[in-house]
Design a binder for this molecule. Sequence first.
Ligand SMILES: [Zn+2]
Length: 276
Amino acid sequence: MSSDGPRTTTIDKGDIRLHMFTSPEVGEMVNSHVIETPNALIVVDVPLYKPFAEAFRTYLDGLGKPIAKILITHAHPDHWFTVSQFQDHATFAFQEALDEMAVLKDLAYGYHSSIHPDLVPDVVTLPSDVAEEGPIEIDGVTLILHKVRDAEATATMAVEIPAINTLIAQDLVYDRCYAYVATKDAAGESTIGSWIGHLEALARRDFDLVLPAHGEASDSSIFDANIAYLRFAADVLASARTGDDMIRQFKERYPDYRLDLMLTMSAYMLYPSAEA
Ligand SMILES: [Zn+2]
């Protein structure tokens, strides 16, 4: 286990304070977010591993306000694997994500237990409730839950906070980290083209603040950076014949990016017979 612990960052926007709780690299550097309103907390995603979820709970308790809602953005384990440690609260995900979690759960638990047996949660449970797309209001603050299909995941929840022109985009964008690019649509085709289309539409919205799941808080410029990355990724996937070749091409083009594990997992899924 890395000696690094989780890190927290806060951003004040009028009556709303945003908190990014960042797991260390061993926990995939994933950001679990908190929207703090005058009287409540809204959580967006929970950590991958047990000690970071414990630290996140301690952090939430320290804020001294009730948790009004826990939203889970998509089915990849670094966004929901410790839901069992939040079972005293309802946790909400889109039905498509719940279906995908049910399919992925055992495979993902086996994988994460094999690489970090000391960090995985004792049990993995799915979020308890189905989220619906559209606006919700909590403590006088409107949130719009957008359902984005066929992007980094099959169905991703992006949480817009119109009052502060902010989008919690999670894995729709990555900030200077290698993105997971192995998702396929129902027809078995790569979702990269569809994903680029969603980002082009979001770029036109001109958000003041865009929060990714991996990396630092950004603004709408993050969409163009990710569109360029995904266009490059489409070329790589069309030309690479092995997982190693795929990884080499990304590292040559983006030598300073972090989160090698996303490359390894992408290669494992895209080139199952090759050594990644
Ligand atoms: Zn993801």
